[in-house]
Design a protein around this ligand. Structure first.
Ligand SMILES: [Mg+2]
Length: 162
């Protein structure tokens, strides 16, 4: 099972989107999702056939059911499988990378392999607080523009070789 560990801010929205959205988007939560980035995410998960696990700090404010309802509302076609655990990344020495590692260790039934052998995943985030062992799976977005067609193409090219 291929997993996409997904961030929201700086990936599905961006500084550019923040400038552009204001006159047209009434609902605050929905307005945090750039429709162009949503379309790119849909294209990406369809092409590489990945299931989505949320790593974003948004997961600390919404139950999974509510988050999936919001994802559905903004047009994301694949529901979230789950959230990474909250290890208080950033407050101590642990990072978002540790939260991903913990999720992998806890979910061998979902990934259908031993955690130690698991490489069939990818991480999309504008920050880089991940582990050295995750470097090959990490794709960094620029928060100025979020998810781009070029990055999607790069990921699709790499993951279609698996
Ligand atoms: Mg972010």
């Amino acid at each position: 099972m291929r997993i996409l560990f997904l961030d929201i801010d700086g990936v599905l929205n961006s500084d550019r989107w923040d400038q552009a959205k204001k006159p047209i988007n009434a609902d605050f939560l929905e307005s945090q999702f750039d429709p162009k980035a949503v379309a790119l995410l849909n294209e990406l998960v369809a092409k590489i056939d990945a299931q989505i696990v949320l790593t974003s700090s948004w997961r600390l404010n919404f139950e999974l059911e509510g988050m999936n309802a919001l994802f559905h509302k903004v047009g994301i076609k694949r529901a979230l499988v789950s959230y990474t655990p909250n290890l208080h990344a950033g407050q101590g020495y642990l990072t978002r990378g540790n939260e991903i590692l913990q999720w992998i260790l806890d979910n061998e039934a979902i990934i259908q392999t031993k955690a130690a052998n698991y490489t069939n995943y990818l991480i999309l985030d504008d920050n880089a607080d991940f582990l050295l062992s995750q470097a090959n799976q990490f794709f960094q977005t620029d928060p100025a523009v979020g998810l781009t067609p070029a990055l999607v193409e790069e990921i699709v090219t790499r993951y279609s070789q698996y």
